[in-house]
Design a protein around this ligand. Structure first.
Ligand SMILES: [Zn+2]
Length: 56
């Protein structure tokens, strides 16, 4: 039986168009490390858990 030829989606783009690049460090200027002792900071931390340095 002859199969019905299904038109392949030739218009499908191989690569997705470059979407808006994620802007980093634009709304969250909080550093990831303490500027005083260099200890890693948990996200949203206002004070360093190591030395107590105020963040931001
Ligand atoms: Zn610190």
């Amino acid at each position: 039986m002859p199969r019905p030829k299904q038109a392949a989606p030739a218009s499908a783009p191989a690569a997705t168009p470059a979407s808006a690049a994620p802007q980093s460090a634009s709304t969250h200027p909080t550093p990831k490390f303490c500027s005083n002792c260099g200890s890693p900071l948990s996200p949203g931390a206002k004070f360093c858990s190591n030395c107590g340095n105020r963040i931001g």
